[in-house]
Design a protein around this ligand. Structure first.
Ligand code: HEM
Length: 518
């Protein structure tokens, strides 16, 4: 019996059996997270253990992957990045319920890649973009009045000042007949504007002059331009499947050039804010920084009984946040719009007629009024942001299993709203890749569901800088187009292929000619 039970055959069989059982248990363990969505009736592509659908996403790109799944599964489907469950929502009514009606259950964005890690890695106060609802709510409540239409009027002199420098720079290209890489030029412009407004720093960034802070800002800008070695999807995969690696990733963020630059910006902002708080002489021109210093927030639950000021650390977190959220998005909006105007000269001419007529009829008209009144300018900008959506995706983390529009979204899943995919859906946008500002007449807008267009997101957690961004972009375009026209350069590519990360950027930039208007 003893000898029999230890025969090599039996040993081998026993070993094989144990191995099979071990693999079966391991597979079951590894596959278990992937039952969440199907258990709630959400269909989607088959995930692989640990990787989820990462390989398919990586192979064709996130956008193409989403389009393929819509073809197979319809407007709502589920997939996994690593083990993180995602429910992609391209049904605009369901998106609206998630972003507005069910907001309390979807109040955070959850993990959105590198930006989520920055505050944790650097030990700085998170701003609004990545903060959880407890930090976000009082901050947003305190700062919303700083972005009101009236307060935005105060920003005009600062925006105008950096627009003046932008005009000089473009004028230089017009004179020399050299092609200009517009994305780089606009990056300098939006950075200088944000340095002046959100950091209270008067630095000639566009002229290449810079102090420590603007150099740090430039480092962050370049890091974003070059793209992170760890993409949003790769980081999502690593952290969901191998959470034990988080300390390593945090260390990498801390030691990166961009990480040190953000830390420097944050620390300098604290220094500057504290100096301003102690000063008896607030600045003559109110900037965003001063509005934040002046802002107050309810300490109790909204009964106005006691109000407190934001601390310097909190304000610094918001300043850095506004910088990160505001400079590249507005710069790329201006870049893509300039490209589209160069490629569609009839639109550019119509826009110039609108601008010229307005200023002929209102020789003393303010830039702020003009920005509100010029309808075609807004139509052009809106269509540009539809075609080239600066922030292609947003998301909301689900805290409690809930059924919206007949779809049950399980607790722990991210509801992903692919704004750019919605912006190209043929049922709302016939011939979706055509540039056509007429899609934004009042009549055309009334015939579409509201959320078919949402470049600034939607609901209580939409873009707080919306008014600021539109004002800045409109002022820059008005001032440029009064003096110059954009034109194709020999290097201008016919079909721009932008790359999609957290923001949309054109690979290799865009070269255009600047022509003086006669
Ligand atoms: C054309 C320029 C811009 C575009 C297209 C844009 C777009 C967006 C989008 C899509 C979101 C996410 C909204 C959502 O999840 O529903 C967002 C959030 C945000 N944006 Fe913008 N943005 C722009 C400029 C700015 C500027 C200039 C600032 C600041 C001065 C800014 C500050 C923020 C902040 C702080 C958030 C987070 C809001 C929150 O969580 O409450 N953005 N933006």
């Amino acid at each position: 019996m003893y000898v029999f039970s230890h025969s090599p055959l039996l040993l081998a069989t026993g070993f094989g059996f144990t191995t099979v059982i071990t693999f079966a248990i391991l597979y079951r363990f590894l596959a278990s997270p992937y039952r969440l969505l199907s258990n709630h009736g959400i269909r989607g592509p088959t995930p692989l253990p640990l990787l989820g659908n990462f390989l398919s996403i990586n192979k064709v790109g996130h956008d193409r992957f989403l389009e393929e799944q819509i073809e197979t599964f319809g407007k709502v489907f589920g997939y996994y990045v690593g083990t993180t469950p995602k429910v992609a929502i391209t049904d605009v009514e369901i998106a609206k319920e998630i972003m507005v009606k069910e907001f309390e259950n979807f109040s955070d964005r959850g993990f959105i890649g590198p930006p989520s890690l920055i505050p944790k890695a650097l030990g700085v106060q998170p701003g609004m973009i990545v903060s959880s609802v407890e930090i976000w709510r009082p901050g947003r409540r305190a700062l919303t009045p700083s972005f009101s239409a009236m307060k935005m009027k105060l920003m005009v002199p600062l925006i105008k000042k950096s627009t003046g420098v932008l005009l000089d720079i473009l004028g230089g290209f017009a004179e020399s007949d050299k092609s200009v890489e517009v994305f780089g030029v606009y990056g300098g412009f939006t950075m200088e504007t944000l340095m002046a407004t959100a950091f209270g720093q008067d630095v000639a960034v566009q002229r290449g002059e810079g102090d420590q802070v603007s150099k740090a800002a430039d480092t962050v800008f370049r890091a974003a331009e070059e793209g992170s070695a760890l993409s949003v999807d790769v980081l999502g995969l690593i952290l969901s499947s191998f959470p034990c690696l988080e300390p390593l990733i945090l260390r990498a963020v801390r030691n990166s050039e961009a990480g040190s630059a953000v830390k420097l910006m944050n620390d300098s902002a604290i220094h500057l804010i504290e100096a301003r708080m102690q000063s008896q002489h607030p600045p003559k021109v109110k900037d965003l920084l001063q509005l934040m210093i002046d802002a107050t927030v309810d300490e109790d639950n909204g009964d106005n009984s006691s109000r407190k000021k934001l601390t310097s650390t909190e304000i610094a977190g918001f300043s850095v946040d506004f910088f990160l959220a505001g400079y590249e998005t507005t710069a790329t909006t201006l870049g893509f719009t300039s490209y589209l105007l160069a490629m569609n000269t009839h639109v550019q001419e119509k826009l110039q007629v609108e601008i010229d007529e307005y200023f002929e009829e209102n020789p003393d008209g303010s830039l702020y009024e003009a920005a509100q009144k010029l309808k075609y300018l807004e139509m052009v900008l809106f269509e540009s942001m539809r075609l080239y959506t600066p922030i292609p995706k947003t998301q909301r983390h689900c805290y409690k299993t809930v059924t919206v529009g007949g779809v049950t979204i399980p607790k722990g899943a991210d509801a992903l709203i692919p704004i750019d995919v919605i912006h190209h859906m043929p049922q709302y946008w016939p011939d979706p890749y055509k540039f056509d500002p007429e899609r934004f007449t009042a009549e055309a807008k009334a015939n579409r569901p509201q959320l078919a267009y949402m470049p600034f997101g939607w609901g209580p957690r939409n873009c707080i800088g919306l008014r600021f961004a539109l004002l800045e972009a409109k002022i820059a375009l008005m001032e440029i187009l009064r003096k110059y026209s954009f034109a194709r350069a020999p290097e201008t590519v016919e079909n721009l292929k932008p790359s999609t990360g957290l923001t949309l950027t054109p690979k290799g930039g865009v070269l255009l000619k600047i022509l003086p208007r006669t």
